[in-house]
Design a protein. Sequence first.
Length: 533
Amino acid sequence: MPGPLRLTGISASAGYAEGPLFNLEPAAARYAGKATAADEKAALEAAIGVAAGRLAGLMETADDEAAGILEFQVAMLEDDALTGPAFAAIAAGQPADAAWRQALDAEIAGYETSDQDYFRARAADMRDIRDQVLRALTEDGEIAAPAGAIFYGEDIAPTRFLETDWSSGGGIALKAGSAASHVAMLARSRGVPMVVGLGVVGLGASPAHLAGIALLDAEHGGIVLSPSKAEIDAFRRSSRSFAARRDRAETYLQKPAVTKAGTAVRVQVNIADPSDVDGIDISTCDGAGLMRTEFLFGKTLPDEETQYRAYRKVLEWAGEKPVTIRTVDAGGDKPVPGFTVEEGNPFLGLRGIRLSLARTEVFRVQIRALLRAAVHGNLKVMFPMIAVMDEYQRAAALFAEEQAGLSARGVACKMPPLGIMVEVPSVAIAPEAFSGVAFFSIGSNDLTQYVMAAARDNASVAHLNSVRHPAVLRLIASVAAFGQAQGIPVSLCGDAGGDPASIPALLEAGLRDLSVVPAQLAMAKAAIADVAF
Ligand code: PEP
Ligand code: MG
């Protein structure tokens, strides 16, 4: 029996799982070559048809979120740009399996080597497509995982996730993977524990380690292979405590958030797609503290009408409660094809407001949509990645110009209060330059990575990327104090706001207004109720 092996990664979906490991690496497939190129072509066409049929079958029982992922895969399978090189290779004499693998591997390599997390996350979808067609070609079935297994490997295919019955537990432990992947989103919404970025699981682990029971702690981001008896006992205690906290948290959902001493805390939600609000009862939160608009900027740049409808939907959902919409924060970990630029260091490059001010023809469309939507509710608008006051002034001037233009044309519109994200250290250190803005919203995800020089999406420096480091907390406290003294409202909309372990420190730093991911709303309110002052 080997000694315990502990590996750390990044939590992509909180929770605990104890069970056997199930190796996700696909066994080498055996393909029986055909006599002619025409037969090879027919075999590949048939295999693509089988894969498309499997996706269609999964789509029948999929919810909106899963359907969106599956539609992406179907669209890729139907895309000649993807399949064309494989058919060309077959015509040149290659067997179907090698032709398909080569064509897809070339495409996947482009995604995997991107320096942008978003594209790396889509590589999992491409591998999924590759393997589904290869399986159909070789007629190799997928080996079933035992109930309650912890799937481990480089990455997991979205279809594998959707086909797995998670009702008897289990979890996901990935050497690579990404918290921004489709599977991570599905895991969070279905409560399946998941850790990414474990890196060395295959290197440090012996076959005996991999054959035994594993303990997946996806609350803190780690896994223990071949655990000791004491580790199993401690793990079960943590797991029970997590389940109890989650159950107890549900009872807080309908109540306003207050600390033990009765201090009221506003808790709003972070949303992206307007359909996110369909599942949220507005009475359980104080509005939307951050609507990210990057999702609207997909394959094509959205027109004014599309944006107007999206913003209006969320404003009407919120009624009189505030909705803070952030102008597009493209770049960094959120590239938008056709808008963002390829850069050596995208986190320090042309992202957020910098890009909007460089591409004012795109920015003005969003501004008009926001000004028009503002008449339908309690809108606030904020700018991402502000570093200097001049950026705010130029953005505000564009709002004033567009409002004048709309009014001159008799189009109904309204100027919303304009605020800024505090996520670049220059603003947090010297906020006095910004005393003219309507509000501050602290972006703790970026503020932390810039203060600690530790990328938010890199597991090997995850131990440094902590909002609870005194340097980050001191900055947050000084921004909160500055806002209080100047009468500028200060909220926080980074992921730390929904993290029960960080909430006491954030309240201690003086914050009374948090915006959290909807899945963390109940947990955040329960954590606030535990704070003494
Ligand atoms: C942040 O940086 O904390 C934030 C809320 O913005 P995003 O995560 O979208 O960069
Ligand atoms: Mg940010």
